[in-house]
Design a protein around this ligand. Structure first.
Ligand SMILES: [Fe+2]
Length: 263
């Protein structure tokens, strides 16, 4: 007997979230806010951030004054690692975000905070996205790792387990620390672009720091609304890249999540 196949509805494509950066719309004040943020953050970070981050700033010429125009940025970034930036009007939902990552597309807010709110962000703006994230995407290994996180995210969401990958992403790409030789450095974009939390993450005696492992990341919740009580520390950037790249969707879904939440 013939049975009609019922296909699931087509998944929404990430491109429906993309808008024009409309760079010409940014005012002189917007560009001045970028310059203040950029100079302040570079000075604050000094060498407290992994060397690849500082290299990435130079490679992509992000120190050029004013908010970067995404077309000009992509003209350097895309030939280098295949990544490109697109403008979005705000946070994109996780399934869309991970689908972007697996095609080496990074969403960048098409707005910047106001001078009166330099340290307060309701949603990631272009300073967080461009200054925090893009320098690391100029490096081949890290670029491959973030794409793989996108693949893992897509598979995990399909299995109803998207939080596993959200946590991996959070504890590495967003709020990870990393050892560089014997020194502790900032790795994650959320720290690299934060005035308050950058030093706090390295120096506070009130937080815990534990070695990064994929299994631990999957079992470690995080805070959206406050400084992290716990940071995971990549024992070396290379090792974390290899650990994440070595993770298959099957292995990820097999990680035991009954071993409690930290902390
Ligand atoms: Fe981010």
């Amino acid at each position: 007997m013939f049975e009609p196949r019922i296909d699931p509805p087509p998944a929404e494509h990430w491109s429906t979230y993309v808008v024009d950066q409309a760079w010409d719309r940014f005012t002189l004040e917007d560009h001045a806010v970028w310059d203040v943020l950029f100079e302040r953050q570079v000075e604050l970070l000094g060498t407290r951030v992994v060397a690849q981050f500082l290299d990435g700033i130079d490679l992509l010429r992000l120190s050029h004054p004013g908010i970067p125009e995404l077309g000009e940025l992509n003209a350097i970034l895309t030939p280098r690692t295949g990544w490109r930036t697109v403008a979005v009007p705000g946070l994109v939902p996780d399934p869309i975000f991970f689908d972007m990552l697996r095609e080496r597309v990074f969403p960048v807010g098409n707005f910047i905070r106001r001078r009166a709110e330099l340290d307060y962000l309701e949603a990631p703006d272009c300073f967080h996205d461009l200054f925090g994230h893009i320098p690391m995407l100029a490096h081949h290994e890290f670029a491959a790792m973030v794409e793989h996180v996108g693949r893992l995210g897509h598979a995990a969401i399909a299995a109803g387990e998207g939080e596993r990958v959200a946590r991996i992403y959070w504890h590495s790409v967003e709020f990870g620390l990393a050892k560089e030789g014997r020194e502790l450095k900032i790795l994650g974009a959320g720290l690299a672009s934060s005035f308050g939390e950058a030093h706090f993450s390295l120096e506070s005696e009130a937080v815990r720091r534990l070695p990064f492992a994929v299994e631990r990341a999957v079992n470690t919740p995080y805070r959206h609304d406050a400084f992290q009580p716990l940071y995971l520390v990549s024992q070396s950037l290379d090792r974390t890249v290899a650990d994440i790249l070595g993770m298959t969707p099957e292995a990820l879904l097999a990680i035991d999540r009954t071993r409690g939440s930290l902390p």
